[in-house]
Design a protein around this ligand. Structure first.
Ligand SMILES: Nc1nc2c(ncn2[C@@H]2O[C@H](COP(=O)(O)OP(=O)(O)OP(=O)(O)O)[C@@H](O)[C@H]2O)c(=O)[nH]1
Ligand SMILES: [Mg+2]
Length: 600
């Protein structure tokens, strides 16, 4: 059977996974009366809740006697490295672009990677059902973008398909809806060539990892040359040139939504999953047993951010979690590095503390959230960007930041970003909204999302991408307000909260259990302030009038995990249990905190 290997790439939320849904339905992968959820490939709980793709996934469909292997990729920039790697398995890409938003930063990033690999694109202008969208202009902008990225003549000759994944149609013209997506499937089959038969000794580059609790790690890649079958003896050429001998215990191909075990000999061009190999990593080559020849190693992204992970030692530790010891934490984190490529774990001089390196707040928060759900408790320090010494000088990661807001907010946005030493590079007006492009240090980005959303009444669309390392920009004034800190352990009383509302905004509600040193709110000033929230009103027999003071308490601010990670101060921890997210001072006792400050 003929094969087409395609990857679906786009900026976050432009509709990749929804389109895969449509393809799966079109080829009747499900019975007519079978109940199927939306976003089938976003199968993990976290993916479903957040509506984002975290891990790329392989599926396949059969259409007109051709097998189409489809690789769905994540669109968020924290997972950009994942896209880059899995593109190695594709022979062509579907570049999806939202007809309303047009090409966005991550569109550029993933497109550039695809073009560099010499892949031909089909452009899918999606979401043409949206009001006030600009499908034709979007198509032209994509052309301009490709041109500026030095696409070849052949790549520039891309076909464009218009449609709405949500409504379930694709066609040649956006103003003439069709009834299904056959037009897209036909374009895929006609425009992309089948992978070339490439005889010779075996070469498979491991482009992705899968994991099964029974068999352990699974290597996934496209057979670049030769063939492979179950039981074969193979060599694994590692990135550093070392060669390990191994055996293919089981071989799988991707069929529909799953993998199917095969005893057949599978030839070049097909994507396979290999089980039972030992000592391998992404980028290694599975090669001939006798004459191993490696493919050019693919680069794995360097982590750009680090965070301290430590055991929960707050007064409330162990109340909600199952796994709380440093051994639990350590084992879990090191296990994660086996499949989470961009993640590194480094020991410190304390067995209770580990430094975890990742690609950004989202990348790290996904891990933390997964661990919470498994029953872990832990504490996190303030996130730090990875600083490098280059030619003897301190360098820091810089990001390109893109913000789209209604015009009336642009002043506020520019002001708050220049305050963090961001440089405005470009302004572009589009209808009544404005696109702003900045260069800003990754440091300056931490904790920026929330204030920006507040300043723009939730209207700002924010995205960023890594630009490169540049000399250290000096101190950044982005000091947040001081913390309100609990003086005593006990139950927060409505009466006290009410009386102290003029001191700031609270993170805790009446009847919450709090402990000494917990950060219970944000002060209106820059200094920290210790408050007693557990004091009840003195009972007195004499009342001035028959009625009590009316209590009207502003609802507490509840941080999401990412918000807490971006908010936490240098002398604070985020305390996490399966049920709670709290902020606390690392040193709980006020006098000890003062002593420490004096000694610095
Ligand atoms: N109006 C409209 N909305 C769409 C269309 N296609 C997708 N969406 C919506 O856009 C949102 C994002 O869709 P997804 O398919 O999850 O996007 P994605 O590109 O896979 O997102 P990531 O994997 O997180 O990068 C969902 O709410 C979809 O319902 C479309 O054609 N029209
Ligand atoms: Mg997706």
């Amino acid at each position: 059977m003929d094969i087409r290997n395609i990857a679906i790439i786009a900026h976050v939320d432009h509709g990749k996974t929804t389109l895969v849904d449509r393809i799966l339905h079109q080829v009747k992968l499900f019975r007519d009366n079978q109940e199927v959820k939306d976003l089938i490939l976003d199968s993990s709980d976290l993916e479903r809740e957040r509506g984002i793709t975290i891990l790329s996934k392989n599926v396949s469909v059969i259409y007109k006697n051709t097998k189409i292997n489809i690789i769905d990729t994540p669109g968020h920039s924290d997972f950009g490295g994942e896209v880059e790697r899995v593109l190695n398995m594709a022979d062509g890409v579907l570049l999806i672009v939202d007809a309303f938003e047009g090409p966005m930063p991550q569109t550029r990033f993933v497109l550039q990677k695809a073009l560099e690999l010499g892949l031909k694109p089909i452009v899918v202008v999606n979401k043409v059902d949206k009001l006030n969208c600009n499908p034709e202009e979007t198509n032209e902008l994509v052309f301009d973008l490709m041109f500026s990225l030095d696409a070849t003549e052949e790549q520039l000759n891309f076909p464009t398909v218009y449609g709405s994944s949500k409504q379930g149609w694709m066609g040649a013209d956006w103003e003439t809806p069709t009834t299904d997506i056959t037009y897209l499937l036909d374009t895929i089959i006609d425009y992309f060539e089948p992978p070339k038969n490439n005889p010779g000794t075996l070469q498979i580059q491991i482009s992705s990892l899968d994991y099964s609790s029974y068999t352990g790690r699974i290597a996934v890649g496209k057979i670049h040359r030769g063939s492979i079958k179950m039981g074969d003896h193979v060599s694994i050429v590692q990135r550093n040139g070392q060669i390990n001998k191994s055996v293919v215990k089981e071989l799988y191909t991707f069929e529909g939504l799953g993998k199917e075990k095969t005893k057949a000999e599978i030839k070049s061009g097909e994507i396979v999953a290999v089980m039972g190999l030992e000592n391998f990593d992404i980028g290694d080559t599975i090669a001939d047993f006798e004459e191993p020849i490696a493919l050019k190693p693919i680069s794995v992204d360097e982590p750009s951010m680090s965070m301290l992970f430590t055991i929960n030692n707050s007064p409330f530790f162990g109340k909600e979690g199952k796994y709380v010891t440093s051994r639990h934490l350590r084992n879990r984190l090191f296990k994660e590095t086996e499949k989470n490529l961009a993640l590194r774990v480094k020991e410190t001089d304390s067995p209770d503390k580990l430094i975890v390196y990742g690609r950004g707040i989202l990348h790290l928060s996904i891990l933390v959230e997964t661990m919470r759900r498994e029953g872990y408790e832990m504490q996190l320090g303030q996130p730090k960007v990875v600083i490098k010494e280059i030619d003897g000088f301190k360098h820091e990661p810089m990001e390109l930041l893109y913000i789209n807001v209604p015009e009336k907010f642009s002043g506020r946005v520019i002001e708050s970003i220049t305050k963090r030493k961001g440089d405005l590079l470009n302004i572009e007006t589009k209808n009544d909204r404005i696109n702003l492009e900045f260069k800003i240090s990754a440091r300056g980005l931490i904790g920026l999302t929330n204030p920006l959303l507040t300043a723009t009444e939730g209207e700002a669309v924010i995205s960023h991408r890594f630009k490169g390392y540049e000399p250290w920009k000096g101190e950044i004034q982005s000091k947040r307000n001081g913390a309100l800190i609990a003086m005593e352990t006990g139950t927060a009383i409505a009466y006290s909260i009410d009386k102290l509302q003029n001191r700031g905004k609270f993170f805790v509600s009446p009847n919450d259990e709090i402990y000494t040193g917990q950060v219970i709110g944000e002060s209106t000033r820059y200094d920290d302030l210790v408050l007693n929230l557990i004091k009840t009103k003195k009972l007195s027999n004499v009342r001035a009038s028959g009625t009590d003071d009316k209590i009207a308490i502003v609802p507490a601010i509840k941080f999401s995990l990412e918000e807490a990670m971006e908010y936490v101060g240098e002398d604070e921890y985020v305390e996490l249990t399966p049920k709670s997210i709290r902020l606390r001072k690392i040193i709980l006792n006020e006098i000890d905190r003062k002593r420490k400050r004096k000694s610095m």
